[in-house]
Design a binder for this molecule. Structure first.
Ligand SMILES: *Cc1c(COP(=O)(O)O)cnc(C)c1O
Length: 903
């Protein structure tokens, strides 16, 4: 029951709400659930850093004056501080500052001694000597669910001749548990100590082996058992080397008969990047050899700085090739003479350290400790939050008893040593089909919940948890899915998932906000809760001391109770109709009654087999011509209009940019929709008006400057990732925009260059197609029968306040047509209007901008929710089109006949 779930809300040992109040004012109204990607910095840290920078005279540490010495002192004390944070000292570990985890991993990849020289082999084994062996190839073994930054080591290892092995978590567990003789372990840290780098052991043959895994999986939040490190160092993985590596057939030298004489040195690379962000890492217990981390994951600031902790034992397995910057004692430029610095970090830290950022680390550690009492407390807090969300999602059932979510995590024991701050899942419909992660992301975005979707740079974990076979992976790729896009389902199967992750300042309100949205938008009501799985002893999912009420084991169907836990207050079912937390859901439709209408339309999602539907042509009428002179602002409806090379003339010719050059849209500033444009061609003016304010006018056409470097050019705007150059339209209109939009330092930019269309666009034969600032294409075509069909679907979903014209406004088309059947437009190949051929391109993918009512600038949940249901997560609606215009006499007019061709 909900009671059981409520009991999981174990409060933190520190005052989270006070921290939010005092250090994270900027989070108000936001629910940030992406701490695994980057946690947030505290105001205190920034204040303290700025104060120190203001008060201290600091110089380049490579100089020798006092300010330089001050920098050096601070850097060394921070190095010390880092070692202390990880419960170790300079006796056992060295700290090499890097640009981050990935950079630290690259140091290992490029400098690990993959091939140990073994030319003195002659004495040890004459037979091998015959073959003129020069070195012994090493091995790189990695756990499959590693971050791509770790997987990248494979190529370096392979290029250096090492054998590469991948191992699944389950295989590893099996290998380790079958290890019969734990007492045989020796203290490898002692044994391995040799004086000389690259030395040859008694047998004459030494082989360097590196095993890499993450302490906490950044996909699932599953933590690795702490005993792995010692087991691996003691050779637990040596049996694996008897198999064929991924990159080659078995080497001769590694044949059974010879293997015994090779002394295998196992080193462990512990990717602690995700783990250390919320957990205490004790290197006096976990004696990993290489530990890469990024500091922004621990306290949010600074970015671009991390370190590689290297055990002294492992320093002899690193050999630096490049020597420059401050890494040398002496170099002669006339000869190949160079003497490297003796201390490891001095050898690896090239050039000038980002010493001002290093200073910020001290305050990061200080403030974190002061606010929370330490990593132990943080670890407990985020664990309990993640457990709460995981257990809720796992207990939720649709009205028909089917699960609401599929969770990606290790089953079995649940405690602070096995699970961290992350919950990863996909939602399921009541018929058991997957709900694409893009839909979940879009619904969350609408409510200011910030989470991450996709596969999180961890393809191994994604493939394992989502059961993506090698074949399916290839199919998905061939169907067009690549990392980072929003093709969330291919043939009904997910290509990725939803990840939420907590930080030290996260609250149960954050967790409930997310759960509330899931229940409101994606659960077929009434919601059932089944917590019986928690009490099954076989799974022992809850720690014993959790005093779980044993009597509540029965599954129960509660319709009203549950949501009253989410929405503070009474048990009235109506609490979940209307407003979802602090966003402006003014819609009258009850959020809970979302249901799936019978599948009338094939959702337009990616299929691996081509769609083969055909349709006859039918009578079409051009009902509207609409342009949007200023991108994301109001529209201008016209009866007939001139066409330009990049679409309707003056359509999206201007855009609003901030001082820093960021293009502004309704997504960020919904009030932009209230700016009404009008165009007076005779008088050459564009006039912008806003209710209650004086309007402002600028010239439509201005002479374009010839010199690209002139000041009037502002380079800054980006549209769909492409850089757009433009001209500042002046301070009068800029100030006007800032005033009516209540947003500082805005500028109106007039596009001057013609943006090339993105590559990879369907039907894009001609790379030189020109575009205005429109997001994707020259023209966006809407079809009224599809609009009316969607309107019906929205009504069936319980909302009746959107009529046909409202929907047309939301979808911001340029050319609106009537006649024929819903969604015919997806099978058109071309339209001819007044002799001008419009080639139909792909469908238009929608985002949450369609939820903004342009007349009020308020956000509603429709039509997005219904669109996602009837059209799939990509929410295709309307089609893009292009036309080749020659000269400037082409016009279209409302009475023009429309001739359509189908595929
Ligand atoms: C974030 C992360 C990385 C990469 O860190 P960068 O700071 O982007 O270099 C690597 N591994 C894991 C487990 C991570 O969580």
């Amino acid at each position: 029951m909900a009671d059981v779930l409520e009991k999981l809300k174990v409060q933190a040992n520190y005052d989270v709400h006070r921290i939010l109040q005092e250090d994270f004012q900027r989070c108000k109204g936001h629910c940030y659930l992406d701490h695994a990607a980057a946690t947030l910095y505290s105001d205190s840290q920034i204040r303290n850093v700025m104060a120190e920078l203001q008060d201290t005279l600091l110089g380049n540490p490579h100089s020798h004056h006092t300010p330089s010495d001050t920098s050096t002192q601070i850097i060394e004390s921070v190095r010390q501080r880092i070692l202390e944070h990880f419960h170790t000292s300079a006796q056992d570990y060295d700290v090499i500052f890097t640009a981050g985890t990935t950079d630290a991993l690259k140091i290992v990849a490029h400098n690990f001694i993959w091939n140990v020289p073994s030319c003195e082999l002659a004495d040890a084994d004459p037979e091998l000597n015959d073959r003129q062996l020069l070195s012994v190839h090493g091995s790189f073994v990695y756990l499959q669910d590693n971050h791509t930054s770790v997987l990248g080591i494979r190529e370096s290892a392979c290029n250096s001749g090492a054998s590469v092995y991948s191992v699944a978590r389950a295989e590893l567990n099996e290998m380790f548990s079958s290890l019969s003789n734990p007492t045989a372990s020796v203290d490898v840290d002692k044994v391995a100590k040799t004086d000389d780098k690259n030395s040859i052991t008694q047998n004459g043959l030494k082989m360097n082996c590196l095993f890499a895994y993450s302490a906490q999986c950044n996909f699932s939040g599953v933590k690795a058992p702490s005993e792995w490190i010692e087991k691996v160092k003691n050779g637990a993985l040596s049996q694996l080397l008897e198999c064929d590596p991924l990159n080659r057939k078995h080497e001769h030298i590694q044949e059974e008969s010879k293997r015994d004489i090779i002394d295998k040195q196992w080193y462990v690379l512990l990717d602690a990047s995700s783990y250390v962000s919320t957990c205490p890492l004790d290197l006096s217990e976990l004696k990993a050899d290489f530990v890469p981390i990024s500091f922004y994951k621990i306290f949010g600031y600074p970015t671009g700085l991390g370190c590689l902790l290297v055990s002294h034992r492992a320093s002899e397995a690193l050999h630096r090739v490049y020597h420059g910057g401050g890494t040398i004692l002496m170099a002669d430029s006339r000869d190949m003479v160079m003497v490297p610095r003796p201390v490891l970090h001095e050898e690896f830290e090239d050039g000038t350290l980002p010493y001002l950022d290093v200073i910020a680390l001290r305050h990061g550690f200080d403030v974190l400790k002061k606010l929370t009492g330490g990593m132990e407390n943080i670890q407990q807090h985020v664990y309990h939050l993640a457990r709460y969300v995981h257990h809720c999602l796992r207990s939720y059932r649709h009205a028909n008893g089917k699960p609401v979510a599929e969770l990606y995590s290790q089953s079995g024991e649940w405690n602070v040593n096995t699970h961290g701050s992350i919950v990863n899942f996909n939602l399921l419909d009541s018929d058991g089909s997957y709900i694409g992660y893009s839909r979940v992301e879009k619904a969350s975005t609408l409510c200011n919940i910030h989470l991450r979707t996709g596969c999180f740079c961890n393809p191994g974990a994604c493939q394992m948890y989502l059961n993506i076979s090698k074949d399916r992976l290839r199919q998905q790729f061939e169907a067009g899915h690549i990392c980072g896009d929003d093709y969330d389902l291919v043939d009904g199967f997910p290509t990725g998932s939803v990840r939420i992750s907590f930080g030290y300042m996260s609250t149960y309100e954050d967790a409930d906000k997310l759960l509330n949205i899931i229940v409101s938008c994606f659960v077929k009501h009434p919601l059932n809760i089944d917590t019986t799985w928690m009490l099954k002893s076989a799974e022992s999912v809850i720690e014993k001391e959790e005093n779980m009420p044993k009597s509540t084991a029965q599954s129960s169907s509660l319709q009203n109770n549950l949501l009253s836990n989410f929405v503070n207050g009474g048990a009235d079912v109506n609490v979940h109709s209307g407003v979802i937390d602090n966003i402006n859901y003014v819609g009258s439709s009850p959020v809970v009654s979302v249901h799936v209408p019978p599948a009338k339309i094939e959702p337009l999602i990616l299929h691996t087999d081509p769609c083969t539907r055909c349709s006859e042509s039918s009578e079409l009428k051009l009902t509207d011509i609409i342009l949007y002179p200023v991108k994301s602002c109001g529209r201008l409806s016209v009866k007939n209009w001139q066409l330009a090379a990049d679409g309707l003339q003056y359509d999206r010719r201007w855009m609003v940019v901030s001082d820093s050059g960021v293009t502004q849209t309704q997504k960020r500033i919904p009030r932009m929709s209230l700016i009404k444009p009008s165009i007076d061609i005779e008088n050459n003016t564009l006039t912008l008006s806003f209710e209650g304010k004086d309007s402002v006018s600028i010239p439509l056409e201005v002479p374009e400057p010839q010199n690209i470097d002139e000041d009037i050019y502002m380079c800054g705007g980006r549209v769909c990732g492409d850089r757009v150059k433009g001209m500042d339209c002046g301070s009068e209109v800029g100030d006007w925009l800032s005033e009516v939009l209540d947003y500082p330092d805005l500028k109106l930019m007039r596009q001057i260059n013609i943006r090339k269309r993105k590559r990879g666009f369907k039907n894009a034969h001609d790379e030189a197609d020109t575009l205005s600032l429109a997001n994707h294409s020259q023209y966006l075509v809407l079809h009224r029968p599809s609009i009316r069909s969607l309107m019906e679907d929205i009504r069936e979903n319980g909302s009746d306040d959107l009529d046909e014209e409202d929907l047309i406004k939301r979808f911001r088309g340029n050319i609106i047509l009537d006649g024929g059947k819903p969604y015919d437009e997806e099978f058109w190949s071309s339209l001819t209007i007044n002799g001008i051929v419009f080639e139909i391109q792909e469908g238009c993918r929608r985002c949450e901008m369609i939820c903004i009512n342009p007349d009020t600038s308020k956000k509603y949940k429709e039509p997005m929710l219904t669109l996602a249901i009837v059209r799939g997560s990509s929410m295709m609606f309307g089609v893009h089109a292009k036309a080749s215009i020659v000269g400037n006499t082409s016009r279209i007019c409302l009475e023009d006949p429309v001739v359509m061709k189908t595929l």
